[in-house]
Design a protein around this ligand. Structure first.
Ligand code: 4AD
Ligand code: MG
Length: 433
């Protein structure tokens, strides 16, 4: 019998097929059994009629427990009332593993606490909601890659073991490296800058690590970042690139993942509003807005989580904030020639209170200034000699940014915490499963 995926059921109406998967649910009504089978591509209701199968087959299905694995053979029949629009009139069932009732599947349709679910993340991933999030995450990643690939960017992978900090020394994970030590990368940016001088437009995409001692709904210790870097680009160019990327990604999810958004109960109209142009404001303007909204922020300090939430609630689209004070940004940020106390940097905040999803800007291209910043930040010069080389040999203006995939998934899926946006989250108090 041909094995089909449940998502293809409509192409097999009237045919005899086999589906293979797991028992999602089982309902009994008189002489009929209704097993709900999921196979990762969809959910299909089977119908087992006492008169149509052998007594053994009927009992085998009746005895099935949640998440038991099986193959079911039968005829596909259109039924408007069925989930997915098609049912399987089952003639035979091959049980691969029946989970014994005295050791049942731990996650039942009843409510479980978040810690229990996180401890069983390896099983929790099978739920419809988690499957929908995985689907959207996949689509977002694919959209990012397509976006850059179609614009002539070359993917250049950055290393994970690094000799030095990129985003401040307080969030470095130190690891033993033979007789020496290394750090897990915080960002591929510095390597991207080398790659940009080789290929012009580059991006990297990989896991990044921050020893974040904060326990917030936005922070992971391991997260995935997509980071473009463009030679000869200035702040404006990179702002436009960031805006186009985000509009493209949202559009792609709306195009292809409506069903998942529906499963998640996401209000798609909020995403539909995210079309270009996005509002752009400066840090100065953002501080004024925050002060009128009751934030205690003073000019010169960085936005806290609450400030970001307030700011991103002021707009129904992502908002682009530029020109932060250099003192709150990383050592490599180029200063604004008009107001050197400001950095030529950009953060993008997602709407609905989601906060920062993108950070980036123009890099210092001048050798002397970069060296001064490395020294002012008490960074080990030796570890940055190669980075200084990029300013010794054919330096050019260049700019780039990083977009945290999990923050974007949280926003697009409408989740209140990043822990559900990544298959196996790593956080301050979570390193398992
Ligand atoms: O603003 P960040 O720290 O910027 C950089 O790392 C730059 N070097 C990137 C570049 O210019 N190439 O981080 C960029 C983005 C943030 O906007 C956020 O979306 C995400 O990475 N991010 C985190 N996501 C989850 N958990 C954390 N702890 C994160 N820290 C940053
Ligand atoms: Mg940032």
């Amino acid at each position: 019998m041909p094995v089909i995926e449940i998502r293809q059921a409509s192409e097999h109406a009237g045919e005899e097929v086999t589906v293979q998967g797991w028992l999602y649910n089982l309902r009994e009504s008189g002489k009929l059994l209704f097993p709900l089978i999921r196979d990762g591509t969809g959910i299909m209701q089977g119908v087992v009629s006492k008169g149509a199968v052998s007594p053994e087959t009927f009992e085998r299905v009746r005895d099935l427990t949640q998440e038991s694995s099986l193959r079911a053979t039968g005829r596909v029949r259109a039924d408007a009332r069925a989930p997915g629009g098609f049912e399987l009139d089952i003639s035979e069932v091959d049980v691969i593993q029946r989970i014994p009732p005295d050791r049942p599947y731990p996650i039942t349709p009843k409510e479980h606490g978040i810690e229990f679910l996180m401890d069983h993340r390896h099983l929790w991933l099978r739920s419809s909601r988690q499957r929908a999030i995985l689907g959207v995450r996949h689509e977002i990643i694919k959209a990012c890659r397509d976006f850059f690939d179609d614009r002539g960017f070359t993917l250049v992978d950055a290393p994970i073991f690094t000799p030095a900090a990129c985003e401040g020394t307080t969030t470095l994970f130190e690891v033993k490296y033979f007789d020496d030590k290394a750090y897990l990368t915080q960002s591929g940016q510095l390597y991207n800058e080398a790659a940009a001088a080789a290929v012009g437009k580059t991006y990297c995409f990989g896991p990044t690590f921050r020893a974040e001692k904060s326990k917030t709904r936005r922070h992971l210790t391991e997260f995935w970042m997509i980071e473009p870097e463009v030679a000869f680009a200035h702040l404006d160019d990179i702002c436009a690139l960031a805006e186009e990327l985000v509009a493209f990604v949202v559009g792609r999810v709306l195009d292809r993942r409506r069903a998942e958004l529906k499963t998640l109960g996401r209000d798609a109209s909020k995403l539909e509003a995210c079309i270009l142009p996005f509002p752009r404001i400066t840090y100065d303007e953002a501080v004024k807005i925050l002060q009128t909204k009751g934030s205690g922020i003073q000019w010169g300090s960085d936005f806290g989580g609450t400030d970001e939430t307030i700011l991103s609630q002021q707009f129904n689209k992502p908002v682009v904030v530029t020109h932060y004070p250099g003192q709150v940004k990383a050592f490599y940020m180029a200063p604004d020639p008009q107001r050197p106390e400001l950095a030529l940097c950009v953060d993008m905040l997602a709407p609905e209170g989601y906060g920062e999803i993108i950070g980036g800007g123009e890099r210092i291209a001048d050798y002397d200034l970069l060296l001064r910043r490395i020294e002012e930040n008490r960074l080990p010069r030796e570890a940055f000699e190669w980075y200084l080389d990029l300013r010794r040999y054919g330096t050019v203006p260049h700019a780039g940014f990083g977009m945290g995939i999990e923050r974007v998934v949280a926003w697009i899926c409408g989740l209140d915490h990043v822990r559900e946006t990544i298959p196996f989250p790593r956080m301050l108090y979570r390193l398992k499963p």
